[in-house]
Design a protein around this ligand. Structure first.
Ligand SMILES: [Cu+2]
Length: 183
């Protein structure tokens, strides 16, 4: 009786350990998006970097040549920036949630609702951890989707925040592995 319980415990610990290792293994991919203005001859450019961290997906975004002011930032469903960004489709919303701010509202928002960013002198440096998504490890993956900067501010109205046209867009791709020595 006791021996069999011990064996069950050992087997359970083994499963937990291999699950933990598998999880650690999937967390090493790094994603990026090369961002460009959607208008012809746009000087807007930038990069977004995505890295799975404890608590979610860390986004590091840098833009230049962008329109100054307050602009909505979202992850849209499809990995296509053509047709002035419209080919990116709607907001990535796998759970049928209302529109909101994922950084504040949790489940009561689309997981890629990043709220607003403020661009000064055409430049933006922005960092956030998106709580409920992954790059590609299975939990609401964003690889193969797009990051989109809008013409106007997000007013958090339904269904998509009234942020107008898509001024910049980049397709999120897996681009490499994180150096395991650099945590
Ligand atoms: Cu959007």
């Amino acid at each position: 009786m006791l021996a069999s319980m011990k064996n069950t415990f050992r087997a359970g610990a083994g499963v937990l350990l291999s699950a933990a290792l598998a999880f650690a293994g999937t967390k090493t991919d790094v994603g990026a998006a090369r961002i460009a203005g959607t208008a012809k001859d746009s000087s807007l450019s930038g990069t977004a970097r995505f890295e799975e961290v404890k608590g979610g997906l860390k986004l590091t975004l840098a833009l230049s040549g962008a329109p100054s002011g307050t602009h909505a930032l979202h992850i849209h469903e499809f990995g296509d920036c053509s047709d002035s960004g419209n080919a990116a489709g709607g907001h990535y919303n796998p759970d049928g949630a209302p529109h909101g701010n994922a950084l504040k509202d949790g489940k009561r928002a689309h997981p890629g609702d990043l709220g607003n960013v403020t661009i000064t002198d055409g430049k933006l440096a922005f960092e956030a951890v998106l709580p409920r998504v992954s790059l590609n490890s299975g939990r609401r993956p964003v690889a193969g989707r797009t990051i989109v900067l809008h013409e106007k501010a997000d007013d958090f109205g339904q269904p998509v925040g009234n942020a107008g046209a898509r001024v910049a867009c980049g397709v999120i791709a897996v681009v490499g592995k994180k150096n395991p020595e650099r945590k």
